[in-house]
Write a protein that binds this ligand. Structure first.
Ligand SMILES: C[S@@+](CC[C@H](N)C(=O)[O-])C[C@H]1O[C@@H](n2cnc3c(N)ncnc32)[C@H](O)[C@@H]1O
Length: 216
């Protein structure tokens, strides 16, 4: 059965970190790798779909000066993240969908998203990435670490299956469900370029997961 996104994570909060680190191929390497790419010093960093903050743990240890804004639609996940650093005044958490929330203009030195964006259509991503492009400072960059479809046939199959399940279960098309619909990395990079990012490249790969950097 399809589950709404926030209910899905609320039901799985206990054991979430262990599941990600132990069961997701490459996770023990891609979290620290992603964190290492984020900037040093008193910078402003945005995390889209921060969850419990697995990518933020190594970053915060290295850079206690950064102002970090985390957006997530699950309050349960955000509560776990806040519990890591209950007194940290430089950690700002916002509960809501990054697809709907304003991100501001010329505000962040860098943005990151790990294992969160593989649920959306290219059209939804284009709107988000245009907004993100405006929110980043000149020379700012976005790091996307996520898993990708192996080819176009697989990508099409995920979207078809989601449409079929929504019809079968009477779920409204606009309901945000936890069902993975990853794009191919080539399509993801094309959407980032269309949104205005000047330089888009794959920094590293681990099985189906890539770390993509898109420079403003
Ligand atoms: C698999 S978790 C990844 C969390 C964290 N980045 C990590 O790697 O452990 C996906 C997260 O994205 C969040 N998410 C999914 N869609 C979202 C949206 N539209 N807006 C904000 N958060 C979203 C979920 O609530 C969940 O916490």
């Amino acid at each position: 059965m399809l589950e709404p996104m926030d209910a899905f994570f609320k039901a799985r909060i206990d054991g979430y970190d262990e599941h990600m680190l132990e069961e997701i191929g490459g996770a023990k390497v891609f979290y620290p790798f992603t964190a290492e790419q984020l900037p040093d010093g008193p910078v402003s960093v945005l995390d889209l779909g921060c969850g419990t903050g697995l990518e933020l743990v190594p970053y915060r240890v290295r850079n206690p000066q950064a102002e970090i804004t985390g957006i997530d639609l699950s309050q349960t996940m955000l509560d776990r993240l806040r519990a890591r650093w209950p007194e940290d005044p430089k950690l700002h958490l916002i509960c809501g969908s990054y697809l709907d929330l304003p991100l501001g203009d010329n505000r962040y030195d860098a943005a990151v998203s790990v294992e969160s964006l593989h649920h959306f259509t290219p059209e939804e991503k284009l709107g988000l990435y245009r907004k993100l492009h405006r929110a980043l400072k000149k020379d700012g960059f976005f790091l996307l670490t996520d898993y990708f479809a192996e080819g176009e046939a697989e990508e099409r199959q995920y979207f078809q299956e989601l449409r079929r399940l929504k019809e079968e279960q009477g779920v409204a098309d606009e309901t945000l469900c936890h069902y993975d619909t990853p794009l191919t990395v080539e399509h993801e990079m094309a959407v980032l370029r269309e949104a205005g990012f000047a330089q888009v490249e794959v920094l590293e790969r681990w099985e189906n997961t890539c770390c993509v950097r898109a420079v403003h």
